[in-house]
Design a protein around this ligand. Structure first.
Ligand SMILES: [Zn+2]
Ligand SMILES: [Zn+2]
Length: 141
């Protein structure tokens, strides 16, 4: 996705296109897995000349999440992980319990269990917890 596309998304959400919002959205759109704010900061430090400070990054992520441009995943660990909300459907994730790496899974989310009468689901999220290939390979039997 190009910067003008990303800028348009921010404007359509009713916001001002700031350097930080654009940089964060660009970073999450380019990453192939959900990132923590610190990982976003690290990525911007490597790939961009003007790196917003940590507080600005956190504020930008909050703004993008509140306005539905990125979603916060139900992963475990101290740091929340975010990914862009694109046109693609909601999907399941795998999170490694050792290194916390989190990957998007291409398979569709399984069917929703029946809800009690009168209940309404608003959000379904599936996170599979386990060990990634690298961490399993590092395991001595
Ligand atoms: Zn791992
Ligand atoms: Zn994902």
């Amino acid at each position: 996705m190009t910067d003008p596309d990303l800028s348009r998304r921010i404007r359509d959400a009713g916001g001002r296109v700031t350097t930080a919002r654009l940089a964060v959205l660009r970073c999450l759109a380019d990453a192939d897995e959900p990132l923590t704010p610190d990982e976003v900061l690290e990525y911007l430090g490597r790939n961009s000349d003007h790196v917003p400070d940590r507080v600005t990054i956190y504020r930008a992520i909050d703004w993008l999440a509140i306005h539905g441009l990125v979603r916060r995943l139900a992963t475990v660990g101290r740091a929340a992980r975010y990914e862009p909300v694109e046109d693609r459907e909601a999907h399941a994730h795998f999170q490694c319990r050792r290194c916390a790496q989190t990957r998007c899974l291409p398979a569709p989310t399984p069917p929703l269990p029946p809800l009690p009468p009168g209940y309404a689901a608003e959000r379904i999220e599936l996170v599979i917890h386990g060990l990634c290939a690298a961490c399993r390979a590092g395991d001595t039997p």
